[in-house]
Write a protein that binds this ligand. Structure first.
Ligand code: SAM
Length: 243
């Protein structure tokens, strides 16, 4: 199926994230990253790639992979009509090494046992395959169904390296310190605007905050790259399985 036939697929607001949204910082970078990873997977596995979407929600990123996926399986811990199979990330109901790409976006912060989750993500990934995970550095409490963990870039690297054998693990902060602060202020701006029934004004203010923060991070490497004194809204992890 072609990605362009899927414009009505659920989760369009996660694939095309307006700058007036308080989740812009997290979701726009995530969508960009997964689009790039889908293109990369299409080149690397031209015969088709098997994709497992762990904690799939509405499978918002399926349209990116649809054209080149020979299988796209969603799994979720809650009763979810979009999920193909039911189970937790800590005990995935799929065979060893059965997917070249394993997505786990914005799920690790919600699961009981992140260490077991990492081992399990590794178990189900095929030789030469990749786990693409994302999770929060900083975010407001948002249970789905729980909300248990936050990380630094170093903590996330350690979590992956300690709990499975990989050919490589990279942790990237796609947005900087100003963006993170902007996101938090945007969150409350959005809420106040909703209560005061002035949502268009709220969107305008949030757009300004997001754009301004992006410009500040763009000028200051010390705010952009993880290091002493920085905070980051989200991290992207690529964990590669040896051939
Ligand atoms: C914030 S949503 C993210 C959904 C989707 N991955 C995305 O990026 O839009 C978190 C999802 O993880 C699922 N979830 C939470 N804990 C889980 C667990 N232990 N195992 C598998 N899925 C889990 C939730 O049911 C929900 O669908």
């Amino acid at each position: 199926m072609s990605g362009s036939d899927l414009s009505d697929w659920p989760g369009a607001d996660r694939r095309h994230v307006p700058a007036g949204s308080a989740t812009y910082v997290v979701r726009s970078a995530l969508a960009r990253w997964l689009r790039d990873e889908a293109a990369r997977a299409a080149e690397r596995w031209p015969e088709g790639v098997r994709v497992l979407d762990v904690g799939c929600g509405v499978k918002p990123y399926y349209p990116f992979f649809a054209e080149h996926a020979s299988r796209y399986v969603g799994v979720d811990v809650v009763e979810n009509p979009m999920a193909d199979v039911h189970g937790p990330v800590e005990a995935l109901p799929v065979p060893d090494g059965s997917f070249e790409l394993v997505l786990c976006t914005q799920v690790l912060e919600h699961c009981d046992d992140p260490a077991a989750a990492v081992s399990e993500l590794r178990r189900v990934t095929a030789p030469g395959g990749r786990v693409l995970a994302s999770t929060h550095g900083v975010q407001v409490y948002h249970p789905s169904p729980d909300d248990l963990w936050r990380w630094t870039h170093a903590g996330l690297q350690r979590l992956f390296v300690r709990h499975a054998d990989w050919a490589g693990v990279t942790v990237h902060a796609p947005s900087g310190t100003a963006a993170c602060l902007g996101m938090l202020v945007s969150n409350y701006t959005e809420q106040v605007a909703r209560r005061a029934r002035v949502e268009p004004l709220g969107r305008l203010l949030v757009t300004g905050l997001n754009r301004g923060a992006q410009a500040i991070d763009g000028r200051a490497r010390v705010l952009r790259e993880p290091g002493p004194g920085t905070i980051h809204a989200n991290y992207h992890v690529v964990a590669e399985v040896p051939l």
